[in-house]
Design a binder for this molecule. Structure first.
Ligand SMILES: Nc1ncnc2c1ncn2[C@@H]1O[C@H](COP(=O)(O)OP(=O)(O)OP(=O)(O)O)[C@@H](O)[C@H]1O
Ligand SMILES: [Mg+2]
Length: 245
């Protein structure tokens, strides 16, 4: 699904990702943990094609394509989805038409016919009920004035409707209350398939009780310093970074 080889990325002459390598196969869930500023969001941003980053070395192959040759839009159409750590507010952009355009644009790129309005309404209703998003919220502009937790639910609603092959969830658990954490995790879990992959970036082991990872990686100063299974997250929670690295 995804292979990152020896990726070195800098911002304003500061190296943020340093010879970073990671391979993710279909059907796998990977968790990335790491101290503040270790480069987790930078990694997600580089994957999705946000500019301002200087790629100094390395390559990223997604579904057998070199990602650096693709625009943000092309990456999304190919099946890459990033749930932002800080979702962007889009005042004046209403949720429902925005979601419909996003779905149709993806379907079109796959050579499929557009979703009809009834089917779309049904999908949105079903997914929002599941994620605890009210009808009133769906009438608003994308993320405008949403609470922290509402923004995270909305990210997972987008994920549900776009049904990506590779999803990166950047601290989707931050800002969620205890019940919402369960709801949103369930929402993510039901999108798991044998042929898609998920990367969860998180600071807390607790999320990994719900979204159970096959692999856990610890990122420090732009490099994976340890990888293991879900027990590594438990060990990290007990011992802290200093003692585990
Ligand atoms: N545009 C920028 N200009 C200067 N420094 C930047 C820029 N973008 C990122 N950085 C720096 O890169 C480092 C990594 O940032 P990043 O957001 O990837 O960390 P993170 O691991 O996601 O941290 P957190 O856990 O706090 O979300 C930080 O030191 C950050 O200040
Ligand atoms: Mg971050």
């Amino acid at each position: 699904m995804l292979e990152i080889k020896d990726l070195t990325v800098s911002v304003e002459d500061k190296i943020i990702l340093n010879n970073f390598s990671l391979k993710i196969n279909q059907g796998e869930v990977h968790a990335i943990m790491g101290p503040n500023g270790s480069g987790k969001s930078t990694l997600s941003n580089v994957l999705c094609g946000k500019d301002n980053y200087k790629i100094k070395k390395g390559e990223i192959i997604f579904k057998e394509k070199n990602i650096f040759e693709l625009s943000i839009d092309e990456r999304a159409k190919l099946g890459l989805f990033l749930a932002f750590q800080y979702p962007v507010e889009l005042p004046g952009v209403s949720i429902t038409p925005f979601l419909k355009t996003a779905i149709n644009s993806k379907l079109k790129s796959l050579g499929k016919k557009e979703i009809d309005s009834l089917e779309f309404a049904k999908k949105v209703r079903e997914a929002s009920e599941y994620l605890g998003i009210s009808k009133e919220m769906l009438k608003r502009s994308v993320n405008e004035g949403f609470s922290g937790g509402e923004k995270k639910r909305y990210e997972v609603l987008q994920m549900t409707l776009l049904n990506p092959d590779l999803t990166i969830l950047d601290e989707t658990d931050s800002g969620l209350d205890i019940d919402a954490l369960k709801t949103v995790s369930k929402g993510v879990n039901r999108l798991k398939r044998k042929d898609n992959s998920i990367v969860v970036i998180t600071h807390y082991q607790r999320l990994l009780d719900y979204i159970i990872p096959d692999f856990v990686h610890i990122l420090v100063a732009g490099k994976i310093v340890r990888s293991g299974d879900k027990n590594l997250a438990l060990e990290l929670e007990k011992k802290g970074y200093e003692n585990i690295i």
